[in-house]
Design a protein around this ligand. Structure first.
Ligand SMILES: *Cc1c(COP(=O)(O)O)cnc(C)c1O
Length: 402
């Protein structure tokens, strides 16, 4: 401990380092490197392999050509804040003041970081659902918060309301939800959302909601939790252009909240990145104003890819929990003869030339057993890539036959 560099001591205290003091590479970086090294098809990391809407890309090129290349305002460019407010009203009938209730961030990730760091004091509890997006655990640790979880299980990955009630208490500062959910593709039912609001009111907690997959639902429409009775003034709603417009590398995200909550988050955000992505901000504004048909087509194209990969996995012997939204399908490899998903994922590049991620990467170490045989596959890839991956997986030998 004492021969660690200052950054190592800090990261270690926050629980971000391995026992040997090395920075734990995220599983996604590790698996993407494995895919690059072996030439395997990368269904591990969730980024699209096709460009998004041409009008959005064109707008960014235009902005650079027009000289939109210096620091934008701290809250984000007015054109984007107005487009975000318009979008919330158009899709959800949420009315926002773009000057006081909208904040542009460096992706949803910075919105999450600034929100957690602003709201959570050392020792405060933060409740998330499990499996959870890996940044949640790291950010709660950086804030010295205590991370409590509510399990999501096959087949539908909806939380049990009694388990939820048992975890939320007066010690809970934040309830952090992610619906549509990564990695499971679950969309929380409205009764679940209502219970979260009721618990937040009862225990005076803040709701933080990560809605980056809001437009990628395969049936029905997204219900932001902030639209429920009692939620609006205690909710920070986070989203991003990355998933919706296939621009994950641009890192343009945002949050919406009541002015006092937003001020608290802004106080932290201004010292994280200050600002980012000047020419990308007007481009994402163009995206948010695209006609309804763009959003509907994006979801239905992705739905066809979900069906293709899910049926391929089923044919290969996996048990699949059919996702309702998002980029990913979770498959149980036990039925295909692979009870240890982490081991399968390490071997998959050589066995089938495909890369995937074990769901245990999204759970606390002490809860891994319940998720041991589950694998997450991304289907935000070109159709022919998914077809080729399913052909390869169909030839995957089961552990018992080798
Ligand atoms: C991709 C993702 C993010 C990160 O979004 P960025 O805009 O790239 O920072 C946050 N939450 C979830 C659930 C995601 O899947």
């Amino acid at each position: 401990m004492n021969d660690m560099a200052p950054w190592q001591r800090a990261a270690s205290g926050a629980g971000l380092l391995g026992a040997d003091g090395s920075m734990a590479a995220t599983i996604f970086a590790e698996m993407s490197a494995l895919a690059a090294r072996t030439g395997a098809i990368n269904l591990g990391q969730g980024f699209p392999d096709e460009d998004g809407p041409p009008a959005v890309l064109e707008a960014a090129r235009d902005a650079i050509a027009e000289g939109v290349n210096q620091y934008p305002p701290g809250r984000g460019m007015p054109v984007l804040r107005e487009a975000i407010a318009e979008h919330q009203e158009r899709f959800y009938a949420i009315r926002l003041d773009p000057d006081r209730e909208v904040l542009v961030t460096a992706g949803a990730t910075e919105a999450l970081a600034a929100t957690i760091l602003a709201l959570v004091d050392a020792g405060d509890e933060v409740v998330t659902f499990e499996p959870f997006y890996d940044a949640y655990g790291a950010l709660i640790a950086l804030a010295r918060g205590i991370h409590r979880t509510v399990p999501l299980r096959l087949p539908d990955f909806q939380p049990d309301l009694d388990e939820l009630r048992a975890v939320v208490s007066d010690r809970t500062r934040v309830i952090l939800l992610n619906s549509p959910h990564n990695p499971t593709g679950a969309v929380f039912g409205v009764e679940v959302l209502r219970e979260i609001v009721a618990l937040a009111e009862r225990h005076d907690a803040i709701i933080v909601t990560d809605e980056v997959y809001e437009h990628l639902l395969f049936d029905g429409v997204h219900t932001p939790i902030s639209t429920l009775d009692g939620a609006r003034d205690r909710t920070v709603t986070i989203s991003s252009g990355g998933k919706t417009f296939s621009t994950t590398g641009w890192k343009v995200g945002w949050l919406t909240a009541s002015a006092p909550l937003l001020e608290a988050v802004l106080a932290v955000k201004q010292f994280l990145t200050y600002v980012n992505g000047a020419p990308f901000q007007p481009a994402i504004a163009v995206g948010l104003r695209l006609p309804d048909s763009f959003f509907a087509d994006a979801a239905s194209a992705l739905r066809a890819k979900r069906d293709l990969l899910s049926s391929g996995l089923t044919a290969a012997g996996f048990t699949v929990g059919l996702p309702q939204a998002g980029y990913f399908v979770v498959a149980d490899a036990a039925a295909a003869g692979h009870p240890d998903a982490a081991r399968l994922c390490r071997e998959l590049p050589s066995l089938a030339s495909v890369v995937a991620v074990p769901v245990t990467a999204f759970v606390h170490a002490e809860h891994r057993d319940a998720y041991r045989s589950l694998v997450r596959f991304a289907f935000c890839k070109r159709t022919e890539v998914i077809e080729e991956a399913t052909r390869r997986l169909a030839a995957l030998p089961s552990r018992s036959t080798r």
